[in-house]
Unconditional design. Structure first.
Length: 259
């Protein structure tokens, strides 16, 4: 159910004025990871107490979106030449070793490299969902790529995602043809589909910015392409176009971690 990323996203990735990859990903170029374990998504988004059927539907929707997010993380990694471990195999290994999100983020995980040949772990988190308007959803996410060789963070970005639907003359949301095609293929409801589309395109944009892996002949040829900033905003406009804009750490913290 891959949702194709518009070409404009790829253009944005190389045109934004920011730090170059050779600086941002210095450790990654040195360590040359190839095999990446994708950990389960840490879903910190608050759920309403289930008092009505609508509350249960929303809770199920948020959980399904987090699950979908993980299933699609391997696509952009593969496009950059990395090998991503299968979710089921990853889950069994992490359960066997007693490694959860917090331990993967902070503890000694060198055994994953020495024993299992895993070079890095991708940790993703959904921190908060908002719906400021009837045709708009907002999500706050975090992506961390941690080395299993040295324990250092090879990537760490925080992204505010925003998806806006077009509206009709009555102000009611309507579906773009591309969104409707995704809904038809996935057999999802509209609300869940828009959450999944937003998460997938955010992840695609974030992870395709990683340097090309050493498994590709053009490894290091992208050293002087601009990298994504640590904090940024990713917006899908009503017409389907995409914008990446600067976003401060203070703004992210104030909006994401305060009610």
């Amino acid at each position: 159910m891959k949702y194709l990323l518009p070409l404009v996203v790829m253009l944005l990735a190389v045109s934004c004025k920011s730090e170059k990859k050779v600086t941002t990903y210095n450790e990654l170029y040195q360590e040359k990871p190839v095999t990446i374990l994708i950990a389960p998504v840490k879903d910190n988004a608050k759920r309403p107490m289930v008092k009505t059927t609508q509350d249960k539907v929303l809770n199920d929707e948020l959980s399904a979106a987090a699950h979908y997010m993980r299933q699609t993380l391997s696509y952009p990694l593969s496009s950059q030449g990395y090998y991503a471990t299968a979710p089921l195999a990853s889950d069994l290994l992490l359960e066997q070793l007693g490694l959860d999100y917090n331990k993967l983020m902070n503890a000694d995980i060198t055994m994953l490299h020495s024993t299992y040949g895993i070079d890095a772990v991708l940790l993703t988190a959904i921190h908060k969902w908002q719906q400021p308007e009837i045709n708009e959803i907002v999500v706050y996410t975090e992506y961390t790529l941690r080395s299993t060789k040295s324990g250092v963070e090879l990537m760490h970005v925080w992204v505010r995602g925003d998806k806006m639907q077009p509206v009709d003359v009555k102000g009611e949301p309507v579906e773009l043809s591309t969104d409707q095609a995704f809904i038809d293929r996935s057999n999802m409801g509209s609300n869940l589909a828009h959450r999944c589309i937003l998460l997938e395109q955010m992840s695609d944009f974030a992870l395709r910015n990683l340097p090309t892996s050493i498994s590709r002949w053009h490894f290091q040829h992208d050293r002087y392409i601009s990298s994504n900033p640590v904090f940024y905003s990713f917006t899908i406009n009503p017409d389907g176009s995409i914008e990446r804009s600067d976003y401060s750490e203070d703004a992210f913290g104030n909006e994401c971690f305060t009610d």
